[in-house]
Design a binder for this molecule. Structure first.
Ligand SMILES: Cc1cc2nc3c(=O)[nH]c(=O)nc-3n(C[C@H](O)[C@H](O)[C@H](O)COP(=O)(O)OP(=O)(O)OC[C@H]3O[C@@H](n4cnc5c(N)ncnc54)[C@H](O)[C@@H]3O)c2cc1C
Length: 641
């Protein structure tokens, strides 16, 4: 018996190729010429065979790793055949170096214990630092063993910087199987799923709380405040029906505490779940230092972690506009507006997209006089105009002023007011405000993480291009969420996080969702999924529309919210649902059924013949399909069928 390193053979013109499949497990008996792993180049796949029969002692690569010619991929204990081994041993015992390390440690391999199986007396600088980072971060049962590497790696590590070592470390030496950069909904989902699938995972986050924009300064706090605003408005609306309340007495500190409490319940929950899963949470600002290494800077220290695979989930940041003094404390971005420092008497919202309109609803309900300025000729330009109209009309009725096709040319900060200058169709030249909220979009953070050090391509806008499995230009580095493209939404980020984690764990998965729903949690809510009518027209499709006005919905009338509309778009050939939109109370909940309907290729008949509970808003979905089919009885329409 002798130990033998199995190395990557000649791989032609390629410097590095990915390992796409591991065909054996440690401990397996292998035959001579049995394939151990599959490598892939642009042109072909290649299997690496065992040169001899024996037992597989150690696999040094994982799926997704990249390898070069000569890299050790496995160590076998070869049955003696009388033939010389691939690599002649120079140790007195006739073993290769990896064996002599093991023997000198005097320890038996114990992979199940999660302990290093063979302590080498010749530790490289990087290897010692790996061990300390493992100890400080993650000692869970799903840790892979921290085995010492082969002599080639040690020589490289000893001779170069630690970043250099990270690039060359073999998979069994690296600190983590998977490092996730960014703990938003994309990142924490990827980290948790990967840990559940048995990978040793680190989750890096620059802020103290997990959850990213969504939980801390996005979806969750905004929805908590919208809920409060909607109750204030509903109470006021009841006055018309004989139930009168006094004007709301708003205690801003308590309201802020409520919103912060919702956020901290969720972010605390994430920290607990990371702990339970054995995900190592590392706080600090991260940047790539090599293709398998990341440097993390925190207040107290700078450290490097190495990884087999990585998921970039660094999200996005707000776009600022020149001419608006963001440094003035009265000028806010969405995160500032959610801080709820005061209820300004006059608030200017720059940007009539989803976030701007949600915040406009919150501040109007709390008592601000709100003006919204939008560059385009329609609010929420992505949605069909007939779905946006009921929202626009209701907000106008409640006192919000809108200037469409208008540009904010600048804001001057005076002592007591902010003076905004406008250029546009119906806007005045200027107007005074107490606060200005800038909500003109978000830009991806792909340019903030030194991606070139890992060889990851980033486009000129900061997006990271990915394939259907969420792999970046480097096969072992995935990217997900806001920084891979539109729509920048939390549910898209978490979906992609799961795909990336499952692919990283060796599952055959791809991001193949047909559609991603969008929701504005304004009052009324606006939600849409799949093709809009505008897109269907532009594409010249043969489509038909079924619209059900909520003025005919008993439930909507009972709620005094009859301004809603449910609109379904069907392919006239197949009858399949192509797209859907809903405006009205709880539109965001109703759109889920329509998303499933598109995923399941439902036809108008499928939807129309599905019994929906009465009286609910969900009936409007069934009835819109019946309108398209011409079978509706709750409306009188000229007979179709
Ligand atoms: C006001 C507002 C309301 C919103 N409402 C909704 C909504 O209702 N529904 C919805 O679906 N979407 C909503 N969104 C969008 C949603 O928040 C994002 O789409 C989502 O958070 C994106 O998730 P992500 O994981 O890609 O990135 P993010 O949530 O942005 O998380 C990225 C994380 O990476 C960290 N990070 C970045 N760079 C580094 C670095 N170098 N080192 C360490 N850590 C780093 C960041 O600190 C952050 O925690 C809203 C956004 C805003 C601003």
């Amino acid at each position: 018996m002798s130990k033998q390193d199995i190395r990557v053979p000649d791989i032609g013109d390629f410097d590095r190729v990915p390992v796409i499949e591991i065909l054996v497990e440690e401990g397996d008996a292998v035959e001579a010429e049995q394939s151990l792993v599959t490598l892939e180049s642009d042109k072909a796949t290649m299997e690496v065979p065992s040169p001899a029969a024996g037992r597989l002692l150690e696999l040094k690569v994982a799926e997704g790793d990249e390898v070069s010619e000569g890299d050790v991929i496995a160590v076998i204990e070869a049955e003696s055949t009388g033939e010389s081994a691939d690599e002649p041993s120079d140790s007195p015992e006739g073993t290769s170096s990896s064996e002599s390390s093991s023997q000198s440690s005097g320890q038996a391999s114990d992979q199940s214990s999660g302990q290093p199986s063979n302590e080498s007396p010749r530790q490289s600088p990087r290897q010692s630092s790996n061990q300390s980072s493992n100890q400080s971060s993650n000692q869970s049962s799903n840790q892979s063993t921290g085995k010492e590497g082969d002599p080639e790696d040690q020589a490289q590590a000893g001779g170069g910087s630690s970043a250099e070592a990270g690039r060359h470390a073999s998979s069994s030496e690296r600190d983590y199987d998977l490092v996730v950069l960014g703990a938003g909904p994309g990142g924490y989902t990827a980290a948790f799923r990967a840990a559940d699938l048995g990978l040793k995972v680190a989750l890096i986050e620059r802020y103290p709380d997990l959850g990213g924009v969504c939980l801390n300064v996005g979806c969750i706090p905004s929805k908590a405040l919208l809920h409060v605003g909607q109750i204030i408005d509903a109470a006021d609306q009841l006055g018309a029906h004989g139930v009168r309340f006094g004007a709301p007495d708003i205690d801003l500190d308590t309201l802020r505490d409520y919103k912060n409490g919702v956020v901290s319940k969720l972010t605390g929950g994430l920290a607990g779940m990371a702990d339970k899963r054995g995900v190592a949470v590392v706080h600090g600002r991260a940047e790539f230092s090599g293709s398998h290494s990341i440097t993390i800077e925190s207040k107290d220290e700078s450290r490097e972690v190495t990884f087999g695979q990585c998921v970039i989930a660094a999200g996005s940041r707000v776009i600022e506009i020149p001419g608006i003094p963001m440094e003035d404390p009265r000028v806010m971005d969405s995160a500032g507006a959610l801080e709820l420092e005061e209820i300004p008497a006059r608030l200017l919202v720059v940007g009539g997209g989803i976030i701007g309109l949600e915040m406009a609803c919150v501040y109007r309900s709390l008592g601000s006089e709100v003006t919204v300025v939008e560059l385009m000729d329609q609010l929420m330009a992505g949605a069909d105009s007939d779905l946006v109209r009921p929202l626009h009309q209701r907000m106008k009725k409640l006192g919000v002023t809108f200037f469409l096709e208008t540009r904010v040319a600048g804001v001057e900060a005076g002592e007591s007011t902010l003076t905004a200058r406008f250029e546009g169709r119906d806007a005045p030249d200027s107007a005074d405000f107490d606060r200005v909220l800038v909500c003109v979009g978000r830009r991806p953070n792909g340019d903030q993480i030194n991606a070139p050090a890992a060889g990851v391509e980033v486009d000129e806008r900061g997006f990271i291009p990915v394939d259907g499995q969420m792999r970046s230009s480097r096969a072992h580095i995935f990217a997900i969420g806001d920084l891979v493209g539109q729509p920048m939404l939390a549910h898209k980020a978490s979906y992609e996080g799961k795909v990336a984690a499952e692919v990283a764990a060796g599952h055959k998965r791809a991001a193949d969702a047909r559609v991603i729903p969008s929701v504005a949690y304004t009052d009324p809510e606006v939600a849409w999924v799949g093709l809009t009518e505008g897109q269907a027209k532009k594409q010249g499709l043969d489509y038909g529309v079924g619209k059900f006005p909520w003025a005919a919905s008993g439930r909507a009338l009972g709620m005094d919210r009859s301004e809603g509309l449910t609109k379904l778009l069907f392919d006239n050939g197949s009858g399949q649902l192509l797209g859907a939109g809903v405006v009205g109370s709880h539109a965001g909940d109703l759109i889920a059924e329509l998303t499933l309907a598109i995923e399941m290729s439902c036809t108008a008949e499928d939807i129309g013949l599905t019994i929906h509970p009465h009286p609910t808003l969900s009936e409007s979905v069934m009835m819109a399909a019946e309108v398209y089919e011409g079978t509706i009885t709750d409306l009188y329409l000229p007979k179709k069928k």
